[in-house]
Structure formats: structure tokens, C-alpha cells
Design a protein around this ligand. Sequence first.
Ligand code: NIG
Ligand code: FE
Length: 403
Amino acid sequence: MKTLFTDCRVVSMQTDVTEQFGYQVQESMMMSVEDGVITGLGSSLNTDGFTVVSLENRLVTPGLIDCHTHLVFAGNRANEFEQRLNGISYQQIAQQGGGILATVQATRQASLETLVQLALPRAKALIRDGVTTVEIKSGYGLTVNDELKMLRAAKRVGREANIHVSTTLLGAHALPPEFAGRSDDYVSLVCNEMIPAVVEENLADAVDVFCEGIAFNKQQMERVFETALSHGLNIKGHTEQLSNIGGGESAAHMGALSVDHIEFIDLRGVEALAANNTVATLLPGAFYFLRETQKPPVDLLRKNRVPMAIATDFNPGTSPFLSLPLMMNMASTLFGLTPKETLYGVTRHAAQAMGLKNKGQLSVGFDADFAVWDVSSPAELSYQIGLSPLHARYLNGVKANDH
Ligand code: NIG
Ligand code: FE
């Protein structure tokens, strides 16, 4: 199939965030797409053999990419929201067996079908804001079968909701109650059984670990990552969310695609990210909802030219928010990122955080996943929240009539 899109106002994200060109609106552009891939971008392209579609002078950006979500789970944790406002901390709730483990209990009880039905409207909420690719983590099963169930559900969401899905095994998210006092044994289960089972069924693109005082220590994270790498999987980490135990630095040295949260990362950690081209994924929804005060070191990240991604981290405990533009807005208002940085954070840098080499920018050779907007400038995308300016989404050059 050959389609030529005309009358586009293109924001290509083609250049590094420190340069101007990629964020500049290129007026009156044409974009040709053949078999789902962008084959031309210019002010005048040959129309022979193409179906011509005018985008009527609307703004066109790469489709948005949410590079960190926990979209599949059962139950909710509104009770913990109340508890926290009555003075109990997220860590205390976790230590008392609530938190992640409360969602584990609900998710273990849910069938695959139920998980899919719960996740589909969540995916659709992201879609309404122009998301074309989403990463979905497991991590609320914590047995081989329940983690596989979550990942299978995530893949089905991709097929049924018309959105590209990458899946991440987060078996090392919390210590399940049946392993209390035996965390190394649980890590062995993740390494020796979960990862091989997931690889066997091709159910995950990456492996994630929650490296934190209330979760897994650095050595345990390294064991999981070594196993993941030996199976050819990408690695990424939840690190420095509540404290600094060196997870981000170590994950970067091991070649992590991204380290996520990182409010507590230090200079050594940031330098390790820079040296290894690891993306810093900022999750302002969790920072906001946990009413944290320690902000990620944005100036240090900028100074060291570490690419910053922004994601929803959608989950029932720390970030029950299904709006990527809201996260962009929060990244600006809470962390001081510019609208340009936040748009890079949900396109080019988010693609890098997922290891997707053909997504995140509008360039020849890239997948024709794009969003068409009723806005005049890209800053509007993260400015007004609640009334999506999305006109249409295209996945591989095909319009998705679904928002
Ligand atoms: O990204 N930090 C760990 N994982 C999630 C929270 C999961 C939960 O509380 O259910 C996060 O914040
Ligand atoms: Fe998360």
C-alpha cells in the first residue's frame, strides 16, 4: 500500500533534543508511506501510484509512546490512597503486606480474560491522547504461571486495542508472601524458571527489576539482569525511587535501556547513564501521587546530555493516571522540563527507552506511526488537559478510527 499524506505541518523529532530542527514546525509538507514505513518527507513528492490523503494543515507528530506502564492488573488501591492521607507511608503499607502485594492477590485471582477486559479501556484511554505504542509490564503475578498470564494478557491488549505493545517481565517487583525471608530463592525462581519460560513463549522484550529497600537489592538485580542478558532480552530498572542503593549506576553499566523514577540518583549514577547511553525515564505521576519532595536531578541530566523520557507509570498504587499529556504537563510544572523536552520524552527518547530503533521520529525508514492534531503549536500538546486535541492516529500508515 502506498499513501501520500499532503498538507502536513510536521514536527519530526529528527534531531537531537539540543538542536532546533526536530521541534520546528515544517509547513506544507508531504509524507509518503509504503508498506507501513515512511519513504519520503519533503515539500514536494511524486504522487504517481500513491493514494493521496490531505491532512488539511494539521500538526503531525510521531505517535506518542508510553514507555513505562503497569497496564494489566486487577483490583484497585483507593483504600491505600486514603491510608496515606491519614499519615501511613507507601513503604509502611508495603511492609504491612499491602501495596504491590495487595494487587498481586487480586491479579492472581483474575483470569486472563478478566485481565484483558480490565486493561482494554485503559489502553483506549491512552489511545485517545495519541499513543500508538505502549510498554506493559508484568509484576503482579509473582509465580511463573501468573507472570505468563499477565504477559499474555498484555499481548492480547495490543491485538485487540490496535496499539503496538512491548512487554516487560517484572518478576522481581516484590517478594511474594510464600517466599518471605527467602528473597534469594525467589530471585533464583525468576532467573531459573520465569525468564526461560517467558523466552520459550517469546512473551517479553525486556526484563525489569524493582531495586529498592522494600524490594530487591543491587546484587539481586544484577543476577536477574545477567540472566536476562544471557537470554538476549533487554534490561531496564525501577531504581532510586525512594532511596539510593546504587541500582541506576549498576543497571547503566550493565547496558540498561533505561532507569526509571531516579529521584534519588546521584552524580555517579548520572555519569553512568551518560556513559552508557541509558535513558532516564521520569515518572512525575508517581512523584505527585506519593507526594514526594525529592525531584529527579534534571539539571544534572541535561548537563550530562542524558536523554529523558516521560511515561505514565500507570499502576494502581503510585500512578493511577492514564494521560500521557498530563504527565508531560507535570514533568514541566513539577520538574521544570520544557514542552520541547517533554515531547522528546514521549517520542524519540521513549522509543530509545524501549529499544525501538524504528519509532519515535518522522524520518525516512521509520515506522509510519503518527498522530494528527488540531493544535497550532507543539507546546499545546501538554498545555491544556482533559480535552484531547487528537484528530487521528495512524499505525504503520493506516488510520485507526477508534478514539
Ligand atoms: O513504578 N516502584 C515500583 N513499582 C510501581 C508501583 C507499583 C505499585 O505500587 O503497585 C511504580 O511506582
Ligand atoms: Fe513502574
